[in-house]
Design a binder for this molecule. Structure first.
Ligand SMILES: *Cc1c(COP(=O)(O)O)cnc(C)c1O
Length: 480
């Protein structure tokens, strides 16, 4: 161990050595993450057991720490940057975004106030607007970045709750006489909507899950029925969450019809387009989300399908002042003389401190350009269509849902198995395929039936990776 330098931090000469070693590893890794098994093969507790229970008393050599990163940590990593990662929604930490993250960590900015880094706030304003344009949304939307779609939706729903005029922010919901607030989303909506309901104090029972049609889209007539029934009971409908790209099947609610209903009943409309919204970067895909420009708020995650490293969720607001009045709370120690002339990003959500996330979005958009991004998304969509065609052509397999974007839901169904047997067979297929280390798939349940999902979205995924997944699926089905 070298003696502590004046500054207390790692000395510059050592940084030069260590950073070369780190970046060399990063370069090799990013050149081909598929040299690793995509799904970590460790057993529960294995990583924990390999780590010393107590922290080191004296400092250690960085090269030793890095060696332990390789030997102890890496085996417990599931490789989200692997081209065979098709589980959940596959994502990409593309190289421009990775480099941006290194710069962000170097600056270590907390972008809570404009003055705590004017460029962090103003770059966020600019690049949020670039993303709005990328998605073809009108200029009345103003965006800012949250960590996740879950937080973006929470912020939107808290704003919607304040827009009721019930003054919940100050008076709370307990111990006084307020009507039961009611929120509507489809039965396919993401769990983050219910989690937001838990957090904003209206409770899960206030979430009215609307039935979907045969293509997993919210039924507008059922939505109207539910609102009318709630009104008749004296409840207070306040918000609809419609989804562009639901998590199980990527179905798209009929946005224009839902928007008309929101207008008719004067309800807040939030669009959860965490994954599917990215497809609006492709002009010929925009018909799918037509009507979303009528929403009060929209969430799209650049960390999902726009190649930006996690975490980066864009929340677009029609009326940012409404969100500001729902959340702004400025103690004396955070007062600044310029506050009426600038945006202080701490005013737009529950957190004070915030990472400088705009830099990675800026560098990623600049490096690929809007047409480069559209090209990459088109490729993923084409790969998904090809796979869907192959599934449809295969007698003992069925496509379990339409494929509007780049996610394919499928099921092995040779025709002679009962429901339970089918579930078990598909579970076994999934286990077998995931044990290959070559691809990683996840599952869902559609109309009670166990369903496999292949979500294509990693920047490194090529036709051969999707073909290999399909081959592994069919091989696994032969032995169940
Ligand atoms: C992934 C996803 C979310 C949650 O995203 P986080 O950023 O992980 O919170 C919400 N809604 C939909 C439709 C999603 O696909």
């Amino acid at each position: 161990m070298t003696a502590p330098p004046e500054s207390g931090d790692m000395p510059p000469e050592e940084f030069e050595r260590a950073s070369r070693e780190v970046f060399e590893w990063m370069g090799e890794y990013l050149a081909d993450p598929s040299t690793h098994a995509v799904l970590s093969e460790v057993e529960p507790g294995e990583v924990l057991a390999a780590l010393p229970p107590e922290p080191p008393e004296s400092g250690e050599e960085f090269s030793q720490i890095l060696r332990d990163f390789r030997d102890l940590v890496l085996p417990g990593i599931t490789h989200w940057n692997h081209p065979g990662f098709f589980a959940y929604f596959s994502i990409s930490g593309s190289v421009p975004g990775v480099l941006a993250e290194a710069l962000v960590a170097t600056l270590n900015v907390n972008a809570m106030l404009w003055r705590t880094s004017p460029a962090a706030t103003e770059l966020e304003e600019r690049v949020s607007d670039w993303t709005r344009q990328l998605l073809g949304l009108p200029p009345e939307f103003r965006g800012h970045i949250q960590d996740t779609a879950s937080t973006s939706t929470l912020v939107s729903l808290a704003t919607a709750r304040e827009a009721t005029g019930l003054g919940v922010r100050d008076a709370g919901l307990s111990g006084r006489d307020v009507p039961a607030l009611r929120l509507y989303c489809s039965e396919e909506a993401h769990s983050s909507v219910e989690k937001a309901a838990i957090t904003i104090g209206i409770g899960r029972s206030s979430v009215n899950r609307i039935a979907t049609d045969s293509n997993f889209r919210m039924r507008p007539s059922r939505l109207i029925d539910a609102i009318e029934a709630d009104l008749a009971q004296g409840a207070r409908p306040f918000c609809i969450v419609a989804t562009v790209g639901t998590t199980s099947t990527t179905s798209v609610d009929p946005i224009a019809e839902v928007a008309a209903i929101a207008r008719q009943y004067d309800l807040w409309l939030h669009i959860d387009a965490a994954y599917g919204g990215a497809a609006a970067a492709i002009p010929e895909m925009r018909h799918l989300m037509a009507g979303w420009e009528q929403a009060d708020s929209i969430v799209v995650n650049p960390h999902k399908w726009l190649f930006v490293p996690i975490d980066c969720s864009l929340l677009l607001l029609r009326d940012p002042a409404a969100t500001r009045s729902a959340f702004s709370l400025v103690p004396e120690y955070l007062e600044t003389p310029e506050s009426d002339r600038v945006t202080n990003l701490m005013d737009y959500g529950p957190a004070l401190g915030r990472r400088f996330r705009a830099l990675k979005l800026w560098m990623t958009l600049r490096y690929f350009g809007t047409s480069g991004i559209a090209e990459r998304l088109r490729k993923h969509i084409a790969l998904a269509r090809d796979l869907a065609d192959s599934v449809e052509a295969e007698e003992s397999w069925v496509l379990a849902a339409p494929v509007p974007f780049s996610t394919v839901c499928l099921r092995y169904d040779p025709g002679h198995l009962t429901g339970e047997q089918l579930d078990r067979a598909n579970e076994q297929i999934l286990e077998r395929v995931n044990a290959s280390g070559e691809v990683f798939l996840s599952h869902t349940r559609l109309r009670e039936r166990y369903t496999l999902r292949v979500a294509i979205g990693n920047i490194r995924t090529e036709k051969r990776h999707v073909q290999r997944a399909w081959e592994l699926l069919r091989e696994a089905a032969e032995v169940v």
